[in-house]
Write a protein that binds this ligand. Structure first.
Ligand code: NAD
Length: 428
């Protein structure tokens, strides 16, 4: 039902159960994979700036590390729950497996709101988080990264604390570090470019030239901006983008039928990906309500903002012209909407394949950090293209062979790779 609120972990388990049935997995493998292998729950006491003491709750969930060290971000969020962290950790296992990088799945979090914390207080939370986990994370064990409301600065504080504890330099502990302090060139572009590498391959299979296509985006942040840049470079025309307007507390869709000018739009966009609507009108954009993004007459729709955006309520509004959906965001389409998309025969590039460029580049960062040797940007992006293209081709080949929806095919590949690794190690 549209609008129904899901427990994310139950949803992740239900998705897994469906694939386990397709793969006919045995009971032990199901038991192992539908739950995290390890969870850490702990308290982080912090001396606040006003002299008081406050205790924050922290988590790290390691879903599965049969294919390599755990990988996944750390969220700072006031509504963080252990079930969200569990679900995200499981999804990381599948995402790393679908792009065939030798990493498992992990995720972490702290229940806190960085808006109400000073930089010093946030630093104390970061250092406290690592102190609690210093023996169970590490370059060969579990490799954290930034996520919602955590940044390169937070990663650097965590790395510094880890290095004080262990007495040495371990830049492969964590990814998302600033460039020059162990970060990788190309990380900023990686997710958006990765989305377009998969779109380019899908269009090839569909026998459509990119220069004959138009696209509409939901969102105008990191993922969309770089996806637009590369999509335009390969000849595509972007007709519409949408974003959240902080001042009006609503979203808007910006339409230009003869194609948006990325640079001109970036000039009037804030650092959160919000476009100034008055200035946009001045330079010739039609400004429509936020939900109009889905009804645009385009060939490709690229939801790159939030989860739960294509639902049973609005899926019928997708224009007849749309032939391809590439999910830049995590979880933008509900299972009910998927059913309609399948019936209509729209080609779908599912989230954990389409947006895996980010984690793939994080893996490259970890490799460079472990070697203490950093690659040029072109080398990073070239390797990213190879990985994303290979992942796309493996999923679409399986989808065609077994007549599966692309999302199911991607899951089948990931889950079977992880299950095989567990069996090979003698775990099940
Ligand atoms: P961002 O914060 O840079 O940008 C988000 C954009 O979405 C902004 O333009 C914002 O205005 C817009 N937005 C917010 N609410 C909206 C609404 N209701 N309607 C329309 N637009 C709205 O975020 P991002 O890094 O671009 O990430 C976008 C999505 O991609 C998220 O689901 C994220 O989890 C996923 N993702 C990001 C990465 C990455 O490396 N950045 C990697 C994998 C997945």
């Amino acid at each position: 039902m549209a609008g129904k609120s899901f427990n994310p972990f139950e949803m992740a388990q239900a998705q897994f159960d469906k694939v386990a049935d397709i793969l006919d997995l045995d009971t032990a493998t199901r038991d192992l994979l539908r739950n995290p292998m390890r969870e850490y729950h702990f308290s982080i006491p912090v001396h606040m700036d006003d002299g008081s003491m406050k205790v924050f709750r922290g988590f790290r969930v390691q879903h599965n590390d049969a294919r390599g060290p755990g990988k996944g971000g750390i969220r700072f969020h006031p509504q963080e729950t252990i079930d969200t962290v569990r679900a995200l950790s499981m999804w990381m296992t599948w995402k790393c497996a679908v792009v065939d990088i030798p990493l498992g799945g992990g995720k972490g979090g702290v229940i806190c709101d960085p808006h109400n914390l000073s930089a010093r207080e946030q630093e104390q939370i970061c250092r406290g988080w690592i102190r609690q986990l210093s023996k169970v994370v590490g370059p060969l064990v579990d490799v954290p990264a930034p996520d919602v409301m955590t940044s390169a600065q937070h990663m650097l504080w965590m790395l510094d604390e880890f290095e004080w504890i262990h007495g040495g330099h371990y830049p492969g502990l964590i990814t998302g570090k600033p460039v020059g302090m162990g970060g990788s060139l190309g990380r900023t572009e990686a997710t958006g470019y990765g989305v377009v590498f998969t779109i380019r391959e899908a269009l090839k299979e569909m026998g459509i030239k990119p220069e004959e296509t138009t696209a509409g985006f939901q969102g105008f942040g990191n993922v969309s901006q770089y996806a637009i840049e590369l999509y335009q470079k390969i000849g595509g025309k972007v007709i519409s983008v949408s974003c959240w307007d902080q001042k009006d507390q609503t979203s808007y869709t910006f339409v230009k039928k003869d194609g948006i000018d990325l640079k001109a739009l970036l000039d009037i966009t804030d650092r959160f990906g919000g476009i100034d609507k008055d200035k946009a009108r001045d330079i010739g954009y039609e400004v429509l309500p936020g939900d109009a993004w889905i009804e645009q007459e385009v060939d490709i729709l690229i939801p790159s903002a939030l989860e739960n955006q294509i639902t049973a309520d609005n899926v019928d509004k997708i224009s007849k012209r749309v032939r391809l959906i590439a999910e830049g965001a995590n979880g933008p389409t509900t299972p009910e909407a998927d059913k309609v998309i399948i019936e209509r025969g729209i080609f779908m590039i599912p989230d954990f394949l389409a947006n895996a460029g980010g984690v793939t580049c994080s893996y490259f960062e970890q490799v460079q950090s472990n070697m203490n040797y950093y690659w040029e940007k072109d080398e990073v992006l070239g390797k990213l293209d190879v990985k994303m293209t290979a992942a796309f081709l493996a999923v679409s080949e399986l989808a065609q062979q077994r007549k599966l929806f692309m999302r199911d095919a991607a899951y089948v590949i990931s889950v079977s790779r992880v299950a095989q690794a567990c069996t090979a190690r003698g775990w099940v």
